[in-house]
Design a protein around this ligand. Structure first.
Ligand SMILES: [Mg+2]
Length: 238
């Protein structure tokens, strides 16, 4: 039996929220990106100069802003929220997104409109794009880097228990009590590269599974109620 979860990190878009609000395909079409994968990383490599990079990034921000109005909670959110509250404060929780702070604010507003506690009450640490680490004294690299996981574990004040690991995504996770749930390969890579378990959630989407996922995924979920079922088992219950 796998170890019970002591800390859980969630991606935001398409994980805590329903997929489809942001049209990544439309963003890729608008900036002329021919492949799947990280859009911001592609822009950093392929933009001809700083002006083109700024123009492409502005298109991404525009699409993200339009998506805020379409944001909906992911399927199974009610049972996830109940489990997070039941296991609070011993279960550490976090959000890690490459979206901006505005998206986190929109998510908080959506939660409270829907009758849930504030986002900060459910998710103790929240990391968005351009997160400045006071520990590193610089901006952290975001997913698929290991850095956001290390930063979150430090913010949980658990770095003395779960010391920072830099691993290959095919290695067995050293910190099996920590779990990172996301809908994208980069979420799973970020998890595994930091030595924590990865959970891939598909929210009913059956197509487009990246071939790299199979070797970088520890758990698979159809919706958030299945994540809640895994989280509801407290540590020490094995
Ligand atoms: Mg996502």
């Amino acid at each position: 039996m796998s170890p019970a979860v002591a800390g859980v990190i969630f991606d935001l878009d398409g994980t805590l929220t329903a997929p489809g609000a942001i049209s990544f395909d439309r963003i890729r079409a608008r900036i002329g990106m021919p492949t799947k994968g990280s859009i911001l990383a592609w822009i950093a490599v392929h933009a001809a100069d700083a002006a083109e990079r700024a123009r492409m990034e502005a298109l991404v921000w525009e699409e993200e802003r339009m998506a805020l109005d379409r944001m909906k909670l992911g399927a199974g959110f009610a049972s996830l929220a109940a489990t997070l509250q039941a296991r609070s404060p011993s279960l550490k929780t976090a959000i890690c997104t490459r979206n901006n702070g505005e998206a986190l604010e929109a998510f908080d507003a959506l939660l409270q409109r829907s009758g849930y506690p504030s986002s900060a009450a459910l998710f103790h640490v929240q990391i968005a794009r351009s997160h400045h680490s006071s520990h590193l004294e610089r901006e952290i690299e975001n997913k698929p880097s290991h850095e956001p996981v290390h930063e979150i574990v430090r913010c949980w004040d658990l770095a003395h228990v779960y010391g920072p690991v830099i691993a290959h995504e095919h290695d067995t996770p050293r910190h099996g009590e920590l779990l990172f749930v996301g809908d994208d390969l980069d979420d799973c890579l970020s998890a595994r590269r930091a030595g924590v378990r990865s959970g891939w959630i598909r929210h009913g989407q059956r197509s487009g599974e990246h071939p790299g996922l199979a070797r970088a995924t520890d758990l698979r979920f159809d919706d958030l109620s299945q994540v809640a079922a895994v989280l509801s088992r407290p540590p020490g219950s094995d």
